[in-house]
Structures are given as C-alpha cells and as structure tokens.
Ligand binder design. Structure first.
Ligand code: AQP
Length: 350
C-alpha cells in the first residue's frame, strides 16, 4: 500500500448549499485539485443523523444528493480527474466506523460541541447516529488514509477527534501493524485540517454571531447557491447591519459582527483583503455597500446556479458520475478494510 498525499472532504445533502459551504469548503476543494488526488463525497449517511424533515425523506435525499453533486461540478470540481461519489455506496465507511467506535472513548465524544448544538435541549431524543457522527467522519477520512481535509472552521474539533482515533488505533495495534508489514507502525495517517478557504466562517445574514447554516429556519439568514439574482438582492438588502457607516480600517469592525461578516463576504467573493475593501468603502453607508455586495454575489454565483440547473435537469448524468466515483472509491477503501481486518484479527476472504 503506497503512502499518498490525498485530500478527502464531505458535504451533507441536508438542504440547500449556501455561501458558507461555498466559501468555507467548496472554493478550497476546487483549488486543491491542482496539487492533490482529491475525493469529494456527498455524505448521505451523515444526513440520516438528523430528523427526516431536515433531509426531506427518501425523495428529498435523492434530490439533494444530486444537488450537492451538481454544485461540486458546477463550481469546477473535475469528476474525471478526481473522485466524486456518495458515501453510502462504499460500505467501508460504515465498517471502519464500527471498528473506530471500539477505539474512540465516550469521554471524547461527550466533548463534541456540534452534538450539543444540534441535539439542543432535547438530547434524549437525538439519534444515536448524531452522537456518533464524528466517529463516522473519522472513518470517512481514514478509510482512504487521506492526509489533508479541507473544512470550514466549525469542523475543527471533529478533525482533532479523527487524529486522536488514528493515533489510538496505531498505538493499540502497533505490534500487529508492524507484524503486517507496516514497519513504521503508523497505519493510519494523522489527517491535517486545511481551514484555509477565503472565508472559513461565514455568519448568518440575520445574526452576525451565528454561523450561516442550512438548518436555520430563516431563508433570509443565508444565500443559497441556487438563488437567482433577485433573491440574492432581496436577501442582501434585508441583511442585518448597524447604524454606523463602514469603518476605514479593520479594527473598526471589532464589536460589529454584522458589518464584519458582510465585509468578509465581499472580500472573499471579490478575491480581495478586508483591509482593501475598507479602503474602498470606508465611510460609505451600508445601502451603497450592499449594492456592490449584490453585484459581486451575482457575478460569482449566477454562473454556478445556471450550471447547477443544467446538471439537475440531467439526473442520469449526475448519477453516472456518482456511480463511477463510487467504484473508484470502493477500490481504495476495500484495500484499507482488508489491511485493517488483518491488523485487528478479523478473518476475511483473500
Ligand atoms: N457558515 C459556514 N462558514 C464556513 N464554512 C461552513 N461550512 C458549513 N457552514 C459554514 C463548511 O461546509 C462544509 C460542508 O458542511 P456540511 O454540510 O457537511 O455540514 P455543516 O457544517 O453542518 O453545514 P451547515 O450548512 O451548517 O449544515 P447544518 O445546518 O445541517 O448544520 C464543511 O466543511 C463545513 O465546515
């Protein structure tokens, strides 16, 4: 088994993809194609961890799986050179997750803030899958022995857990790993988080202290990748601001979360530094800044929305991309699963 620099990342098909997913993750996915072998996964098994109304039931899941795949391709991911697939096609994710369930400690999972946020007050009623989500995520990455994982800032803690699981597995089974020919004793790599998108944490347009999220009940909290120009304009114009004009320097954005967020979005979409944006718009009222923000949003997002629409009209093609990607992903995962079974002592057909 050869060591390779491999990128893996996933996006849940739980509803409309938004500007946060795009700037925090997908833009980076596109860029990394230049220097890495990349695997981009629509993590449908993760979607099941939430109540059915969140992922839309069986028909909704099929539609949003195709939608996320279309967004990947429309944004510039090349499914021929790299691998695009949906998680449930490769059973190795779930198999490795079980082994990792027996490596990870309950105390580690109890510290995961995303579970606390997503389970809310009614924790007893959350699915077991939601609690176990980070273990499946570790398996998603490590079944491909991926070395680099581009994610938004909110996934940092889960990545740390994946690193802990890899390390504990390597320690617990060190002798067997060496006995199976991995002389370094390191079977699973320590996956490196790449939290380097143009905006690693895009906030809600209604509340600059909350992250932009698919599950926010307010449509006005986010810009969806499928929004048309009029909808984008409406959402930007309604975005919460404060009464002061824009500052001329970055330190003037402190304690002004909504202003900071809008300037950050503009900077990320225009490919500029925040300081440059403030040099240009310092002293301006939000009404004129918002016009410029609408323009840059529409310029960047409209071509993606148009391409997504075309792809969504051809589900046969989108499914063929996923199936081809699934076949190529399975070949890599099977190799890891066979070696893992040897290391753990699970008899299997050779
Ligand atoms: N607001 C955000 N800013 C920057 N990056 C973000 N990501 C999500 N929201 C933001 C990044 O997008 C990738 C895919 O996320 P996901 O769909 O797998 O799950 P999530 O992080 O739970 O995304 P959402 O949109 O917030 O969904 P819900 O509402 O279901 O929780 C990840 O790399 C993530 O970091």
């Amino acid at each position: 088994m050869t060591a390779i620099q491999r990128v893996f990342s996933g996006v849940q098909p739980t509803g409309n993809l938004h500007l946060g997913n795009y700037l925090g993750a997908i833009v980076n996915f596109v860029k990394l194609q230049e220097n890495f072998d990349c695997m981009y996964c629509v993590v449908d098994l993760h979607a099941l961890t939430m109540p059915m109304n969140v992922w839309g039931g069986p028909e909704g899941l099929v539609r949003t799986t195709r939608e996320v795949t279309s967004a990947f391709i429309a944004s510039g991911i090349d499914p021929k050179k790299h691998i695009v697939f949906n998680q449930s096609q490769v059973s190795g994710h779930a198999e490795l997750a079980w082994i990792f369930n027996c490596v990870a400690r309950i105390g580690w999972l109890n510290r995961m803030t995303q579970f606390k946020e997503k389970a809310g007050k009614d924790r007893e009623n959350a699915s077991v899958g939601l609690y176990d989500y980070p273990v499946l995520m570790a398996a998603d990455i490590l079944v491909y022995r991926a070395t680099h994982v581009p994610v938004g800032d909110d996934q940092k803690q889960h990545l740390e857990l994946a690193r802990d699981i890899a390390q504990k597995f390597n320690n617990d089974f060190g002798d067997s790993i060496r006995g199976n020919g991995f002389n370094t004793g390191l079977f699973f790599p320590q996956p490196e988080p790449l939290i380097t998108g143009p905006a690693t944490r895009v906030m809600s347009l209604r509340d600059g202290t909350k992250k932009m999220s698919k599950s926010d009940p307010s449509e006005y909290s986010r810009i969806n990748l499928t929004d048309d120009a009029d909808t984008i304009a409406q959402k930007v114009r309604k975005a919460k601001t404060d009464p002061e004009p824009l500052p001329s320097e970055e330190k003037g954005l402190e304690q002004r979360p909504e202003a900071d967020n809008l300037v950050g979005i503009y900077a990320a979409l225009a490919g500029k530094a925040k300081a440059d944006v403030l040099r240009e718009f310092g002293g301006a009222q939000f009404s004129s800044f918002k016009n410029a923000l609408v323009d840059v949003c529409v310029t960047r997002l409209a071509p993606i929305a148009t391409e997504m629409k075309k792809l969504m009209a051809d589900p046969g093609y989108v499914d063929s991309v996923l199936i081809d990607g699934g076949d190529r992903a399975r070949a890599i995962a099977d190799e890891t699963i066979r070696a893992t079974k040897d290391i753990v002592g699970l008899i299997h057909k050779r």
